[in-house]
Ligand binder design. Structure first.
Ligand code: ADP
Ligand code: MG
Length: 476
């Protein structure tokens, strides 16, 4: 039988506010345990939550960016459950009336096709604390620094049909929240993670199959792996005549398997009800318009502009607009050097390769946009060849200074002295009389041989155009 996979994602993204969603405690990452949880985060009696206005602005930004409805009225609700890292005994979230609904996001797949994924809703909520099992033998430590950290939970429609589509969606969403500046998207620090809902059905069947929810996945690679493994597991069960049970499963990256955490029967009844401590959130049309004015250029619009303004291919524009920082870097290099295609090639090629290799972000690139532009100008004015430029780039990366300094220190200036080039050329002709005769006799392929020999003899520093020119004169 042919099976079809159905996936819906719930992404939790941490909003980049300085203080928590309902208190003034700091959200800074990495502080000593329990130094950033105040009376509100701890749920002590006699204190009241106060909504951080910034999270509302951020949610509006997000809603506008995915073409969604921003609710004129949304309501915070208490999600009740007991867990040691939740001192209040409930999490403040939004249930029936979320702040954002009915959005969409277009994804591009590897084969170039595009697909629109529906976003059911996005709601504001607070994060819980963290249980620490490692440093406490036979006991569990609780760190409440995370309690009250603002989250936006983004729930997709079950519109994805493969692990690849789910990854493309997650990446696109990741890029979007960072463009908007509403989240740092740091996946190691847990600022961007997802639950994947996965089911399979016989191809052609209308009804969805029973789903399993894979909890808390914090890398693109793991999402893909976890979904593929889960799909195989479900197909195996169904083909053996069994039934998939609705349950929550955990992906174990070490064992590369998913394990049951709890079934639907064990699922909690959260007894949601509107939080009496918080007023409903009212958003006016003017407020939405004000936020709209602050929206940055979004990835799709930027990509379209790059293609038309800089005559870039769709592929190049796609890579360059992947992150706002990379796009800004490229534009800076292109503007300063006046060479768009060359700038795109270097940013996508050499620069990205080095960043990847060293696991560095563009924001900490040892070669700044100024430096790269400076080097491209030297290629353009024939001070160095493209080949020597690689050597210069490498040296800039190692911190040896800017292009001009390196070219001078290493004596990499291209030789445009006709006399010097001709002298070397004559030597090479004298050493290869047979080849020279063949070339004169019409074996044009040998042109490359002679130019190559001259370049080699001159350490790559001869101006190739000039070498060609001189060679032609010799043949005339
Ligand atoms: P719950 O209330 O249990 O969280 P929701 O209806 O809110 O369930 O759905 C949660 C997520 O699961 C959504 O992203 C949705 O698209 C996805 N989903 C729902 N049904 C299925 C299914 N049969 N297969 C795959 N994903 C599904
Ligand atoms: Mg849900």
């Amino acid at each position: 039988m042919q099976w079809e996979t159905v996936i819906g994602l719930e992404i939790h993204t941490q909003l980049a506010t300085r203080s928590k969603i309902f208190s003034a405690a700091s959200t800074a990452y990495g502080a000593e345990a329990n130094t950033q949880a105040c009376a509100v985060d701890l749920g002590l009696p006699g204190v009241l939550p106060v909504l951080n206005a910034e999270v509302v602005t951020m949610a509006i930004k997000f809603g506008l960016a995915i073409d969604a409805t921003v609710a004129p009225l949304s309501v915070f609700a208490r999600k009740n459950y007991f867990y040691p890292d939740l001192p209040k005994g409930y999490q403040i979230s939004q249930m029936e009336l979320p702040i954002v609904e009915h959005g969409k996001l277009e994804i591009s797949l590897e084969d170039g096709t595009k697909k629109v994924i529906g976003v059911t809703r996005a709601h504001l909520e607070e994060d819980a604390g963290k249980s620490l099992h490692e440093d406490f033998q036979g006991m569990t430590g609780i760190d409440l620094n995370r309690a009250g950290t603002p989250l936006l939970e983004i729930v997709s429609e079950p519109d994805m049909r493969s692990a690849k589509e789910a990854v493309a969606y997650m990446k696109k969403m990741h890029s979007l929240v960072r463009y908007l500046g509403i989240s740092d998207g740091n996946m190691q620090e847990g600022s961007f993670r997802c639950d994947a809902n996965v089911s399979v059905r016989p191809k052609g069947q209308k009804e969805f199959g029973t789903r399993a929810e894979l909890k808390n996945i914090n890398s693109f690679r793991f999402v893909e792996r976890a979904i593929n493994i889960e799909v195989e597991r479900q197909i195996d069960i169904l083909e053996a005549g069994g039934k998939v049970v609705q349950e929550t499963r955990l992906y174990d990256a070490n064992k590369d398997e998913t394990r049951s955490m709890r079934s639907k029967e064990e699922a909690m009844d959260y007894r949601y009800f509107p939080d009496p401590d918080l007023l409903p959130v009212e958003i006016t049309a003017e407020q939405i318009e004000t936020v709209r004015q602050t929206l940055p250029e979004l990835p799709e619009a930027k990509k379209t502009r790059f293609i038309s303004d800089y005559q870039l291919s769709e592929y190049d524009a796609d890579i360059l607009t992947n992150s706002r920082e990379l796009a800004d870097y490229f534009e800076d290099v292109a503007r300063q050097s006046g060479e768009t295609k060359l700038s795109a090639n270097w940013v996508i090629g050499e620069l990205s390769a080095m960043l990847n290799k060293e696991g560095k972000d563009i924001s900490v690139s040892p070669v700044s946009a100024d430096m790269l532009a400076g080097m491209l100008i030297r290629i353009k004015d024939n001070t160095i060849s493209g080949k020597i430029a690689k050597e210069v780039f490498e040296a800039m990366w190692q911190g040896e200074g800017d292009a001009d300094t390196i070219i001078d220190n290493k004596g990499l200036r291209q030789i445009s002295d006709t006399g010097a080039i001709e002298k070397v050329l004559d030597e090479i002709i004298a050493a290869n009389p047979q080849q020279f005769d063949q070339l004169k006799g019409g074996k044009d392929k040998l042109m490359g041989f002679f130019v190559g020999q001259v370049m080699k003899a001159m350490g790559g520093k001869a101006n190739p155009a000039q070498v060609n020119e001189l060679m032609k004169k010799k043949l005339a």
